[in-house]
Design a protein around this ligand. Structure first.
Ligand code: HBI
Length: 102
Protein backbone atom coordinates (compact mmCIF):
# COMPACT_ATOMS: atom_id res chain seq x y z
CA UNK A 1 0.00 0.00 0.00
CA UNK A 2 1.30 3.47 -0.90
CA UNK A 3 1.31 5.85 2.04
CA UNK A 4 3.97 8.36 0.97
CA UNK A 5 2.11 11.71 0.94
CA UNK A 6 4.00 12.79 -2.18
CA UNK A 7 2.97 9.74 -4.19
CA UNK A 8 -0.56 9.71 -5.67
CA UNK A 9 -2.57 6.60 -4.94
CA UNK A 10 -3.71 4.32 -7.77
CA UNK A 11 -7.35 4.78 -8.83
CA UNK A 12 -8.33 1.28 -7.64
CA UNK A 13 -6.81 1.99 -4.23
CA UNK A 14 -8.67 5.35 -4.01
CA UNK A 15 -11.96 3.65 -4.92
CA UNK A 16 -11.33 0.92 -2.36
CA UNK A 17 -10.74 3.51 0.37
CA UNK A 18 -13.70 5.67 -0.70
CA UNK A 19 -15.96 2.64 -0.30
CA UNK A 20 -15.08 2.60 3.41
CA UNK A 21 -15.77 6.34 3.80
CA UNK A 22 -19.29 7.29 4.84
CA UNK A 23 -21.03 9.70 2.48
CA UNK A 24 -20.96 10.14 -1.27
CA UNK A 25 -17.34 10.93 -2.05
CA UNK A 26 -16.38 10.10 -5.63
CA UNK A 27 -13.22 10.09 -7.70
CA UNK A 28 -13.37 12.89 -10.28
CA UNK A 29 -10.27 13.09 -12.42
CA UNK A 30 -7.28 13.74 -10.19
CA UNK A 31 -9.39 14.63 -7.14
CA UNK A 32 -11.98 13.27 -4.76
CA UNK A 33 -15.16 15.29 -4.44
CA UNK A 34 -18.42 15.45 -2.56
CA UNK A 35 -21.40 17.85 -2.71
CA UNK A 36 -23.36 18.64 0.46
CA UNK A 37 -26.93 19.90 0.11
CA UNK A 38 -27.78 22.86 2.34
CA UNK A 39 -30.95 24.78 3.14
CA UNK A 40 -29.83 27.95 1.37
CA UNK A 41 -27.05 30.43 0.68
CA UNK A 42 -26.41 31.43 4.29
CA UNK A 43 -26.27 27.78 5.39
CA UNK A 44 -23.79 27.15 2.57
CA UNK A 45 -21.68 30.07 3.75
CA UNK A 46 -21.57 28.73 7.32
CA UNK A 47 -20.63 25.26 6.11
CA UNK A 48 -17.87 26.67 3.89
CA UNK A 49 -16.47 28.58 6.87
CA UNK A 50 -16.53 25.52 9.12
CA UNK A 51 -14.85 23.34 6.48
CA UNK A 52 -12.41 26.13 5.75
CA UNK A 53 -11.25 26.42 9.35
CA UNK A 54 -10.89 22.64 9.66
CA UNK A 55 -8.81 22.48 6.49
CA UNK A 56 -6.65 25.41 7.53
CA UNK A 57 -5.79 23.61 10.79
CA UNK A 58 -4.78 20.59 8.67
CA UNK A 59 -2.83 22.88 6.29
CA UNK A 60 -4.53 21.17 3.36
CA UNK A 61 -6.78 23.25 1.17
CA UNK A 62 -9.64 21.94 -0.96
CA UNK A 63 -11.37 23.72 -3.81
CA UNK A 64 -14.77 24.71 -2.44
CA UNK A 65 -17.76 25.90 -4.49
CA UNK A 66 -20.44 27.77 -2.59
CA UNK A 67 -23.89 27.72 -4.20
CA UNK A 68 -27.42 28.39 -3.04
CA UNK A 69 -28.39 25.06 -1.44
CA UNK A 70 -25.11 23.30 -2.14
CA UNK A 71 -21.45 23.20 -1.13
CA UNK A 72 -19.04 21.19 -3.26
CA UNK A 73 -15.64 20.17 -1.95
CA UNK A 74 -12.84 18.84 -4.14
CA UNK A 75 -9.55 17.56 -2.70
CA UNK A 76 -6.23 16.65 -4.21
CA UNK A 77 -2.58 16.96 -3.24
CA UNK A 78 -1.04 19.45 -5.64
CA UNK A 79 2.54 18.49 -4.86
CA UNK A 80 1.76 14.85 -5.72
CA UNK A 81 -0.42 15.64 -8.74
CA UNK A 82 -3.26 13.45 -7.53
CA UNK A 83 -5.06 11.93 -4.57
CA UNK A 84 -3.00 10.86 -1.55
CA UNK A 85 -3.75 9.44 1.88
CA UNK A 86 -3.73 13.04 3.11
CA UNK A 87 -6.84 13.82 1.01
CA UNK A 88 -8.67 10.72 2.20
CA UNK A 89 -7.92 11.49 5.85
CA UNK A 90 -9.17 15.06 5.48
CA UNK A 91 -12.26 13.90 3.56
CA UNK A 92 -13.17 11.72 6.53
CA UNK A 93 -12.86 14.69 8.88
CA UNK A 94 -14.86 16.97 6.55
CA UNK A 95 -17.55 14.29 6.33
CA UNK A 96 -17.85 14.09 10.13
CA UNK A 97 -18.08 17.87 10.39
CA UNK A 98 -20.51 18.43 7.52
CA UNK A 99 -22.94 15.71 8.59
CA UNK A 100 -22.86 16.55 12.31
CA UNK A 101 -26.25 17.35 13.75
CA UNK A 102 -26.70 18.96 17.19
N1 HBI B 1 -3.64 21.91 -0.24
N2 HBI B 1 -5.13 20.71 -1.50
C1 HBI B 1 -3.87 20.99 -1.17
N3 HBI B 1 -2.88 20.33 -1.81
C2 HBI B 1 -1.57 20.57 -1.48
O1 HBI B 1 -0.68 19.94 -2.05
C3 HBI B 1 -1.32 21.53 -0.48
C4 HBI B 1 -2.40 22.19 0.11
N4 HBI B 1 -2.17 23.10 1.06
C5 HBI B 1 -0.88 23.47 1.52
C6 HBI B 1 0.16 22.72 0.86
N5 HBI B 1 -0.02 21.83 -0.09
C7 HBI B 1 1.53 23.01 1.33
O2 HBI B 1 2.11 21.84 1.88
C8 HBI B 1 2.49 23.55 0.26
O3 HBI B 1 1.85 24.54 -0.47
C9 HBI B 1 3.75 24.09 0.92
Amino acid sequence: MQTDPDVPLEDNEILRRLATLPGGWTLEGDAIARAYPTTGWKASLMLVNAIGFLCETAWHHPDITLSWGRVRVSLSTHSAGGVTARDLELAERIEALATWTP
